[in-house]
Design a protein around this ligand. Structure first.
Ligand code: RIB
Length: 311
């Protein structure tokens, strides 16, 4: 089994799905409420596990009811939680999510224990369990401290383990080149690519421009997701390849990017070439949008293979 280690966030998501997302000062009634497991890191871990990966997570949750539930949920997915610490000094991360009838969302996060994930946590996972050196691939996002992400990138480089960065939420101040140059794959959406490059990415042409800049700054492989337009995949050696999205009945787009990153990690760890891995991830992301919620919307391997018998 491909070994994937996700270093990142775990949240509890409080979700209301209703007709519209209220504007400031407005109240919208008639919605449906669900409370479920989320957090970009944990979502990606679950996506990879459901697709057949052997997954471990390095994370922090609060020593509270939500933290216990989050950990138990990961265990139920077969994920190794030896390095998911119950933090005594902070609450579990909470995300308030509003989803409208077009499946678009709006998210506000109280990071809580995620802010305490430290370089020492990553070092301890390596020293005690060999989690970093034993991985086929590592995955990080931007819901935990930059210091920890950079430390992970340096360790990954030293141990020669490929690292995927899903740069979400969008980094308002861009990203340092010392991080970009250590990535095997950077997977931004259009907004994230715009913040990282300063180029307004809103079309395949501008995405190509951004890709060129990112390679020039040292990123080896780039995948820019373009929503319904699919993704643009670049290995840095040849022209970017466009992979179209799949057509689905959209219910909730929350965590579609996480489904993509988890599936991408799984496929790359299995040894699939980059474009094939992106095709696999596009299908996983598309299927995740057909269900409400984050972790609970992640498709199984069987579902992805049924949607695309060629995979
Ligand atoms: O990407 C979706 C996730 O973002 C949600 O699960 C929420 O917890 C926030 O982290």
């Amino acid at each position: 089994m491909p070994k994937i280690v996700v270093i990142g966030s775990s949240n509890t998501d409080m979700v209301i799905k209703s007709r519209t997302i209220p504007r400031p000062g407005e109240t919208v009634i008639g919605g449906k409420f669900v409370c479920n497991a989320g957090g970009k890191g944990a979502n990606q871990a679950v996506a990879a596990a459901r697709l057949g990966g052997e997954v471990a997570m390095i994370a922090r949750v609060g020593k509270d009811m939500f933290g216990e539930q989050a950990r138990a949920g990961l265990v139920a997915e077969g994920i190794d939680v030896s390095c998911v610490t119950l933090d005594e000094n902070a609450a579990t991360g909470i995300a308030l999510i509003l989803v409208d009838e077009k499946a678009e969302n709006s998210i506000s996060v109280a990071s809580g224990a995620n802010e305490n994930l430290s370089p020492a946590d990553v070092d301890a996972a390596e020293e005690r369990f060999g989690l970093i050196s034993g991985a086929d691939i590592l995955v990080v996002q931007l819901e935990t401290p930059m210091e920890t992400i950079l430390h992970t990138a340096k360790l990954a480089e030293k141990l020669n383990i490929p690292l995927i960065l899903d740069p979400a939420p969008a980094p308002q101040n861009g990203l340092p080149d010392e991080l970009l140059a250590r990535l095997a794959v950077l997977k931004p959406n259009e907004t994230e690519a715009s913040f990282i490059t300063g180029i307004e990415v809103n079309s395949p042409e501008t995405a190509r421009e951004a890709i060129q800049q990112l390679h020039a700054r040292g990123v080896r492989q780039v995948i820019i997701t373009l929503g319904k337009e699919g993704v643009l995949v670049s290995d840095g050696a040849s022209e970017p390849v466009h992979v179209p999205s799949i057509s689905v009945n959209a219910v909730d787009s929350t965590a579609a990017g996480d489904a993509f990153s988890g599936a991408l990690a799984c496929a790359l760890a299995e040894g699939k070439p980059l474009v094939d891995a992106a095709r696999f991830a596009v299908i996983a992301a598309g299927l995740s949008v057909t269900k409400l919620g984050a972790q609970q919307s992640m498709p199984t391997r069987e579902e992805v293979e049924t949607a695309s018998p060629m995979m």
